[in-house]
Design a protein around this ligand. Sequence first.
Ligand SMILES: [Zn+2]
Length: 219
Amino acid sequence: MTIRSHPSEATLLAYAAGTLPTGVSLAVSVHLQFCSLCRAPIAAWESVGGTVLEALPEAEMAEDALAQTLARVSEAQSSPTLGKAAKVEIAGIELPPALAAAGVKDRRWLAPGIWRAMIPAGSAGPAETYLLRLGANHKIPLHGHEGTETICVMKGSFSDVTGRYSAGDFLELDETALHRPIAGPEGECICIISSDAPPKLRGLLGLLMRVFEGRRESR
Ligand SMILES: [Zn+2]
């Protein structure tokens, strides 16, 4: 499996420091389940209990903090802290411990072939975190975002104008992104998605989906 899209250094550092919004942190935890490349520095940071991060002058955090931190902890023994707790599976996917602990609500069908399962721990105010399932070749209407949207693919693949993403791939989209994701032909695609605000769907299909979703969730 080749993961072509990883969290930024800033996101990994914030994850290690525990300062990410809960939903984004959960999406990172999913990525770490797939990606040993990003898992190694996180495990090293966790093994030294964050003291290294605290010791870094604040001004150094933005630029090459990841490289500096790695250098400082290179002698520290990294212990695998990504758990062996009770396994929780959804649609055949083993959830990372953080996500299993956070809890995932029941799946609700939004449209034929498309379901969503909310993650309340990452949904406060306008922010929403959820699992989204698209059947093979199913697509989400063209949409943009009020704020940022974080996506990590858990199963299958999807494509948009920026490329094709498969299991483990992690995307951070800002408010300028406008896309129309479509699931790959090989089978269902399941992602964890965390957004600052609900997507702004365009067109009639988008409007119908919002109405349909509202009816489903008000039952
Ligand atoms: Zn990675």
